[in-house]
Design a protein around this ligand. Sequence first.
Ligand code: GCW
Length: 717
Amino acid sequence: MRPKQILTCVFFIFCIFISAGCQRLPDSYQSPAVADDGYDLWLKYNKIDNAKKLKEYKKAISAVVVSGDSDTCEVVRDELKRALPGFLGKDIPFNESVEKNGTLLIGMPENSDIIAQLDLADSLKELGDEGFIIKTAKVNGKNCIVISANKDVGLLYGTFNLLRMMQTHKSLNNINIASKPKIQRRVLNHWDNRNGSIERGYAGKSLWKWSELPDTVDPRYTDYARANASLGINGTVLNNVNSDAVFFSTEYLKKAAKLADVFRPYGIKVYLSIRYTLPSQMKTENGIGPLQTADPLDPEVQAWWKDKAREIYKYIPDFGGFLVKANSEGQPGPQDYDKTHADGANLLADAIAPYGGIVMYRAFVYDPDVDPDRAKRAYMEFVPLDKQFKSNVLVQAKNGPVDFQPREPVQPLFGAMKQTPVMAELQVTQEYLGWSTHLVYLAPMWKEYLEFDTHAKGEGSTMAKVIDGTVHNNKLTGIAGVSNTGNDRNWCGHFFAQSNWFAYGRLAWDHELTAEDIADDWIKMSLTCDSKTVETIKSMMMGSWEACINYMTPLGLHHIMDGSHYGPGPNISRSSRIDWTSAYYHRADAEGLGFDRSSTGSNLTSQYFSPWKEIFDNIETCPDKYLLWFHHVPWDYKMKSGRTLWDELCVKYYQGTDYVEQMAETWQSLKGKVNPEIFEHVTTKLNQHIIDSAKWRDTCIQYFQGFSKMPIPESLQ
Ligand code: GCW
């Protein structure tokens, strides 16, 4: 080839290369961040891709003034420095004073003279330590957006709120927002072990690198804190409730202290899960122990805990407190010394009260000696102890009486404990709902629980109002979510599982938000603001929980999973313990299906307030969704739909799997409308989801057919 030909050739290859690289993305997908491995979660600060909005935002924010020099105020500045140039495609100056229209002014009356002149005192009075105001105002004759609060963490929450408004293309004109959390302690529970494994974790290993701490601090800890603060989560329990004593050694306390240092500017407190026998396992710094006993009423044990608490607070001055799993699933507890759960909790409460610490004492107990029906046991053990707990103790109960099933009725403890605050433990990780393989949006489930009216103090005593303290006027309130995070690049395994972390945090802040609105925000922040695409994805998400119930455990069935809690196991006899076998829960026989927990059976129904106790007790009034939870129902029983129980069961199983197929089809219609990497990732997950849901359906129908001896309705075949 002559040099000219070579040049022409190179030119052509160059052109092909460039044109491939510049291939226009479909109009509907305009995000500049083509590569998206999910790491940035919902904190994606891409350029606003709506020209009108971009213009509006550029006008609304053209300079920033942040008063205050605390670490949290630094975090506010950092976050704005990441976000604003990203959104607006240009640098935004950070000034000392309001000089022009379009200034974002952030500060507290106490550290900003201009804010102090704004007359916000009355509104701020109502907002406590964490609330904030965002409003448009004239300052020095200039149009400004003002974020103010009583404490700097409120400024941070307000900042994240404003950024969310921009990510979701909300108007910044005439803003007047005042917001504060309804629940005080909004905590994530990590079931993370010392060796990096996570109990019921499906997104890789633990985020905490214990062997590197405290010397090396993974920058990911900061991103974890940012994500939580953006939702208003203000606490994290670092270690598994099945706890390892090592976390209380001086060496590990120093490691935990390092994490606390990283989280502090983000308003996040560190908590630890204790092991009840700690005093008999180790010496304190001052040489107390190991003792012969961990009996909560033993003075030496009390001295041990006091000394340990002193040491903890030496390293972590704002330590949040203890989470306790005691006398449950083999964990030691006060009952080993013939003492009550109240004695057990109060020992710890007294030790950390001087430092402002709290105890979250779990009610996940199901001692078979208490009652043959596992669902009744927590209520029976804890309600009689009401009034006995110290004021810095919360009882932490799972939302349902058994164990994070796809659907359960509400745990009757909520509302029944009148003197003791009961905090809800929700499970964000999908232990029983398809791990990080199934696309299941959990906000509709949590809303169903939160909105359940316990009737504890008459109508309107919803579970949400029990846990936020309104019903029984509790001073201390809390909510916990068992985390679904791990060190997978996208944090949660399934991209859509990020929406559950997001939804948990948002609901913990404000349980009145709707599942739809939360999904709307998450989709816009994580995927796209294209309204048609948003609606399509939202409709997939909104029905995904009910679909999961249908292909796993419809009509009130529960705990029929295999030993791993992933696949179907209606025929499983897992151990000699009767209440760990599937047959114990479903009670299938030739006559029918379901667990009779009515007054003719175990009488769990009596633990509820009227009118629920009567409604649940009567097979005719019991809602279909709980029918097999509360009743043993004949196979040919006429359901509200007019079908027999057997036919209805089959219909539900098929509805579940149809929905999954439909979701997969809908997702395919979004090719080119969402990020290609995420599109492929979710496609792969949905393919497995289809296979798994069909396996659930076929295994369960076939198994129950062995009892009903009835044919699958023709319409389904
Ligand atoms: O859901 C069950 C899990 C256990 C868990 C336990 C609990 C941490 O199967 O893995 O242990 O509940 O909540 O304590």
